[in-house]
Design a protein around this ligand. Sequence first.
Ligand SMILES: NC(=O)C1=CN([C@@H]2O[C@H](COP(=O)(O)OP(=O)(O)OC[C@H]3O[C@@H](n4cnc5c(N)ncnc54)[C@H](OP(=O)(O)O)[C@@H]3O)[C@@H](O)[C@H]2O)C=CC1
Ligand SMILES: O=C(O)[C@@H]1CCC=N1
Length: 265
Amino acid sequence: MIGFIGIGNMGGAILKGMINSNTVQASNIYVFDVDKTKMEDLKKEYNINMIENTSKLVETCNIMILAVKPHICEKVLGEIKQCIKPKQILISIAAGWSTAKLRVALEHKGKVISVMPNTPAIVGAGVIALSKDHDLDISELEEVKALLKGNGLVVMVEEEKMAATTGISGTMPACVAMYIEALTDAGVSNGLSRDFALQIAAQTVMGTAKMVLETKTHPAILKDQVCTPAGITIEAVVALEEDGFRGTVIRSVNRCTQKCLDMLK
Ligand SMILES: NC(=O)C1=CN([C@@H]2O[C@H](COP(=O)(O)OP(=O)(O)OC[C@H]3O[C@@H](n4cnc5c(N)ncnc54)[C@H](OP(=O)(O)O)[C@@H]3O)[C@@H](O)[C@H]2O)C=CC1
Ligand SMILES: O=C(O)[C@@H]1CCC=N1
């Protein structure tokens, strides 16, 4: 049995990705969220099981996913600590909560692993980064990887690189979505319908990412392949360079990484 504590944006995305990829049957999923409406909506759509509090969830499930906001974790971990058994596994997706911090909050009861997912997990195209600092034995780790496999790419990351990983995969769906939104607005300003502009913008971002992964060609070469000398595309490259596009992207990731490091202290 798998239990979710918190089924908001990220917990909900993982849950839906798990069910849609047939990784876990809805009947084996239990959820507790203080927002009853969220539970009822999910039950209506997926027929998962609702539970009335954290303690009941821990009594029922062998693997729990902690998916509440970081500042709520201390309180919820205090509740989990009262009832978690030594063999039970707690997967935390909370930013700023390293496995070491989780162990202390749980007074070393239960087994913990810190995981950084991202929202594309809802469609099975997420990045699910598992900290190498965890309490699981080999078979338990394989079980957790298998559980999250339907959500996307599962990777193992050194604990000291989790913040840098968060700075790219955890956060950047927001900025990629902003980029797609901006492309769409540009299309609308040039007379395209919003639906059509959004469709071709999203497909272009997805197709480029797929091409990077599948052809393994350096992104700079892929960029050069589109830029005809004195042609159209180089105009965009010049405009982006004038406005410091790459520097801005790098600074935005660095700020996320630093913020994550600050939260981990
Ligand atoms: N969103 C993202 O892209 C990512 C988020 N994360 C991490 O995931 C975690 C959840 O984030 P996110 O899903 O965005 O947050 P949300 O606020 O969308 O979801 C959290 C849910 O937990 C509920 N909740 C609050 N207190 C409790 C409680 N005591 N017991 C049970 N449920 C509770 C909230 O209800 P209510 O709204 O009523 O308070 C809400 O429904 C965070 O720790 C974040 O760092 C990690 C990677 C990416
Ligand atoms: O913004 C946040 O704090 C969370 C963690 C990573 C993505 N969203």
